[in-house]
Write a new protein. Structure first.
Length: 400
């Protein structure tokens, strides 16, 4: 089946994987640090409320009246840049309380109808605002007219703010998957966004988490964008996750999709990968592509001719040339695979003043939106809509 992806593309991926013999051990250790919470100063008058580590909260939510600590944010734009918290509260089925900081960009650009939403999930060692700066997705949102949601993993959830894409419970729809699903429902309903055009995207661990969201919520997520993401369905421990990032998992790639509750649900996907990435190696992109081929019931007949796009200082040896392979059903692209020469573990075509972002290479944010806007879900009936509390109670801040 992989032959259908174009010999040139996959030879490039295989060549890159063979030449990457050494890894940055210090960074990889940080990416997969223990998920134990960061230590905080002890309180003198009140002890922290204990929660059960084996349970997660339901999608019922409340908003606190505080806002996340101020962080250096993206460049000012005309739209609104809102900061808030989402809190899951326990119910009869789930114990424990989780709170998630998030930022939301609403463009000023005049528009008709409800705005689409792109959910952007940062990588390990990043904050939501750093990811907003590095990806420059807000600029695309202002130009094209869509909202952008940036959830931020808490230090209690992971010491390096990693989304636990390798956790089996999360892969099965619990933990952060349930938490993010509730947040999306809250933001969409509170801001009158278009529930038929919700998209998930991420970098590295964030890509792994975005993939899980798309697989767990195929009736909610209209398309997914994965940049430098690990293959789905493997890992299950920090050590196992590192192995997947370095070597992929052919067994998981072949079997994980078939074990999903709805393995035949279509999920359009765009996959971007740097061929010089030593953290999440290119073999993962090949295996992710195979998973989406299976899920979308694609074959060689759906493949378009491979496109090679030159970029860089010289035409002879372009540093960030990239190859694109599309799979289409009719006129609609269901799978786009983009392999970028010379790109390491970073968001392509972003703001390189931010961590894990590269100025060079194709504009990943624009590429993702151009792909996303082709896809939407059927409108939900009133009885199918999730019930959440109304209102945006917390203090917000606005770019001026």
């Amino acid at each position: 089946m992989l032959k259908a992806f174009g010999r040139s593309l996959w030879k490039s991926i295989a060549r890159a994987a063979r030449t990457q013999q050494r890894t940055t051990k210090k960074l990889a250790t940080a990416l997969l640090a223990s998920a134990s919470p960061a230590k905080r100063p002890a309180r003198k008058k009140a002890s922290a409320k204990k929660t059960s580590p084996g349970k997660v909260a339901s999608s019922r939510a409340q908003q606190t009246k505080s806002k996340p600590k101020a962080q250096a944010g993206p460049a000012p734009l005309p739209g609104k840049w809102l900061a808030s918290y989402y809190t899951q509260v326990p119910d009869a089925e789930h114990s424990g309380t989780r709170r998630l900081a998030y930022w939301l960009y609403i463009p000023q650009r005049e528009h008709t109808g409800k705005l689409p939403l792109v959910v952007m999930l940062h990588g390990c060692g990043q904050s939501a605002t750093q990811f907003a700066t590095g990806s420059r997705m807000n600029q695309v949102a202002e130009e094209q007219g869509f909202a952008v949601l940036y959830p931020q993993q808490s230090l209690r959830g992971h010491a390096n703010r990693c989304w636990p894409w390798y956790d089996k419970r999360v892969q099965e729809g619990g933990g952060e998957t349930l938490l993010l699903s509730g947040l999306i429902d809250k933001v969409v309903q509170s801001n009158g966004l278009d529930e038929t055009r919700i998209y998930a995207a991420g970098l590295s661990a964030g890509a792994g988490m975005a993939h899980i969201l798309a697989l767990a919520l195929p009736d909610k997520i209209a398309a997914v964008g994965l940049h430098s993401g690990p293959v789905f369905g493997a890992g299950h421990t920090a050590v196992g996750a590192y192995s997947v990032m370095q070597h992929g998992s052919a067994k998981a790639a072949a079997g994980a999709i078939k074990l999903l509750p709805n393995p035949q649900a279509n999920m359009p996907a765009i996959l971007l990968q740097g061929l010089a990435d030593k953290i999440v190696r290119p073999i993962n992109q090949a295996q992710l592509a195979q998973q989406f081929i299976t899920m979308n019931r694609l074959d060689a007949a759906h493949a378009m001719p491979l496109r090679s796009i030159a970029a860089g200082r010289t035409k002879t040896h372009p540093r960030h040339a990239h190859q694109i392979l599309d799979y289409r059903i009719g006129r609609k692209t269901m799978l786009r695979v983009c392999a970028i020469s010379g790109l390491e573990h970073a968001w392509s075509g972003g703001d390189c003043s931010a961590a894990f972002s590269a100025c060079e290479g194709p504009d990943a944010s624009k590429m993702m939106w151009d792909f996303f806007k082709q896809h939407r879900k059927p409108a939900l009936r009133a009885a199918q809509r999730p019930t959440v509390q109304d209102g945006l109670d917390s203090t917000s801040q606005q770019n001026r």
